[in-house]
Ligand binder design. Structure first.
Ligand SMILES: CC(=O)[C@@H](O)[C@H](O)COP(=O)(O)O
Ligand SMILES: NCC(=O)COP(=O)(O)O
Length: 242
């Protein structure tokens, strides 16, 4: 037995569809409330600097209306720090961001940006926000997270998700080793990016992983089956893996 694992549903891409037409629907907050009702223990939203999906108004509404913890994904900028301090989400996950990227490429270089991140992590922590660092499964990054005093790391599973089943084993071991190292150092371990029904089980089976944040696949699948059954199925796969 490995203990329970939480599912955080990322609702960014409900906002992507809304923003495609500049309409008021579909509403990501409505999706978040439904996901929470059917088993999501948290909601993740990434307020990108270019506001391509989630907007400032979405963050304000999520902060006010959610019955479960909000995990705000944010770039390490002064603007985002100000927004986080204003809304005080349960958690803030610092992610690397490049304006031109299609999605988050690689993890935060916590080791390379140590001095810059130190004051940001401290400011978030002082405000009572649980800080998470979205990192590659590498010992140097975990060591930096420990020295920065981050209570949580989220391991980037994007590379794992892109590999075919035969090639996945090496990356899976990197993730499992990183999870064990982080937990040994007292850091809570989360994971996410690119997870689907087909690839989630080995990640959910890593004993130290306490939370998965999953979005793009769930929102896409919901077009066919509806959000509630899709969240329920992901929950069931995660639970069966423990
Ligand atoms: C950091 C991360 O993994 C998530 O934010 C997720 O990728 C959704 O945002 P994008 O699809 O815009 O990258
Ligand atoms: N941090 C990962 C996340 O929130 C969801 O990523 P994805 O499932 O949308 O790729």
């Amino acid at each position: 037995m490995t203990g329970p694992i939480r599912l955080g549903v990322n609702i960014d891409h409900v906002a992507t569809v809304r923003n495609a037409r500049g309409s008021g629907y579909p509403d990501p907050v409505r999706a978040a409330l439904l996901a929470a009702e059917v088993g999501a223990q948290g909601i993740t939203a990434h307020l990108r600097e270019d506001r391509r999906h989630i907007t400032d108004a979405d963050i304000a509404r999520l902060s006010a209306e959610l019955p479960v913890p909000l995990n705000l994904e944010m770039a390490a900028t002064e603007e985002m720090l100000g927004i986080a301090l204003r809304h005080r989400p349960h958690a803030a996950c610092i992610v690397p961001e490049k304006r031109e990227e299609r999605t988050t490429e690689g993890g935060l270089d916590a080791a390379g940006q140590f001095d810059y991140l130190a004051s940001m992590v401290a400011a978030l922590r002082d405000a009572g926000i649980r800080v998470s660092l979205f990192i590659e499964p590498e010992a140097a990054q975990i060591d930096a997270a420990v020295r920065l005093g981050a209570p949580v790391v989220e391991l980037h599973t994007g590379r794992y998700a892109e590999l075919d089943e035969a090639a996945r084993e090496v990356e899976l071991k990197r993730l499992a080793d990183a999870a064990a190292l982080a937990a040994k150092n007292g850091i809570e371990v989360h994971a996410g990016h690119g997870l689907t029904f087909d690839n989630v089980v080995p990640i959910a089976a890593i004993p130290q992983v306490r939370e998965l944040n999953i979005g793009h696949f769930l929102i896409g699948e919901a077009i066919f089956d509806g959000l509630a059954p899709v969240v329920a199925r992901m929950r069931a796969l995660m639970d069966a893996a423990r």
